[in-house]
Design a protein around this ligand. Structure first.
Ligand code: 8YV
Length: 317
């Protein structure tokens, strides 16, 4: 059961290699539909819009044996409950890393250089012409980028920032990569998230959404950021206390934010919609033809391996 419309080549391959049930009208599944799928299909290929809670995963009698998630993040799946039901869970890492890192750079550049604001001005017919002090932004090149999380995507952002923009890269990660990897990136470790926040001109979040990282960026931590600093988030909305972020942006204790993800997607705090110093994108991190096809093929690959009786490459639970 494929829960959403996927790019053509993925649906075609799914139909060729499996007795695939596709979602022709692309409507997001209700909890009842998800439970039905678990009762009637051998495998579920869900997306971030499918909330696979303990209740949904409690479906009886359970037919499904594997959940092959389309996407690297899987915080919408209660993996503890899945495990308890004997369900294997896989994700799709690697294939979306570069595009997601590009999206983080996009947010950084857009918010620092006031790109959204400028575009809105031009489209509104409100641009009156070039001026020496018109819409001045903040330089990105050479600044200090603080990464919270140095996993695959964090490392790809570090590479771009350091080699493309000459930025100094500092980071905190409780599970850092090997010292040789860090050294090659030219990234400097910091002992805590707080230390990164005090020093960085741009803070970019690249940790998974877990109970430990929920509201990691709360009022206290937002308060540690420099007044001129920007917050970038294309990881998961839950990592930021959105109400606290709105308050910090209103008070001007940080300079701006570039957000691709939100706490209650697709709802966005109404105050953010009114602010010029934020950039708001609709969860576009991996939204390229290339990534979205590769993600689908990777999920199908996990299914094929599993049903061939071997351990799937991307098992996460
Ligand atoms: C996807 C993502 O668009 O992979 C992730 O974790 O957030 C995005 O790349 C989404 O999860 C698809 O289900």
């Amino acid at each position: 059961m494929v829960t959403r419309r996927l790019p053509g080549p993925v649906e075609e391959q799914a139909a060729r290699e499996f007795d695939a049930r596709l979602n022709a009208d692309d409507h997001p599944f209700s909890a009842t539909e998800l439970a039905d799928a678990l009762r009637t299909a051998d495998a579920l290929l869900p997306t971030v819009t499918d909330r696979l809670t303990a209740q949904v995963l409690g479906a009886e009698p359970l037919k499904a044996r594997i959940i092959a998630n389309y996407g690297v993040g899987f915080n919408h799946i209660d993996t503890g409950a899945a495990k308890a039901r004997g369900l294997v869970v896989t994700n799709t890492p690697d294939v979306l890393t570069d595009d997601t890192a590009d999206d983080a750079m996009l947010l950084m550049l857009m918010v620092a250089r006031r790109a959204g604001e400028g575009e809105r001005q031009v489209r509104a017919g409100a641009w009156t012409g070039w001026g020496p002090t018109h819409m001045l932004g903040t330089r990105v090149s050479g600044k200090t980028l603080g990464l919270i999380g140095l996993g695959r995507i964090g490392r790809a952002v570090a590479h771009r920032a350091r080699h493309g923009f000459g930025m100094r890269v500092i980071f905190h990660d409780p599970y850092p990569p090997a010292p040789a990897v860090v050294a090659e990136l030219g990234a400097e470790p910091r002992a805590s998230v707080d230390e990164v926040l005090r020093e960085a001109d741009f803070v970019s979040l690249h940790s998974p959404a877990t109970p430990e990282t929920r509201h990691l960026m709360d009022a206290r931590r937002l308060g540690l950021m420099k007044r001129g600093a920007f917050l970038i988030n294309n990881a998961r909305g839950d990592i930021v206390d959105e109400a606290a972020l709105v308050a910090a942006l209103k008070r001007g204790t940080i300079a701006g934010a570039g957000l691709d993800v939100f706490e209650r997607e697709p709802a966005v705090s109404p105050e953010l919609l009114q602010m010029e110093h934020v950039v708001l994108l609709p969860h576009l991190g991996s939204a390229t033809h290339e990534s979205r096809v590769a993600m689908g093929l990777r999920a199908l690959d996990n299914l094929k391996t599993f049903f061939a009786g071997a351990p799937p490459r991307d098992r996460v639970a």
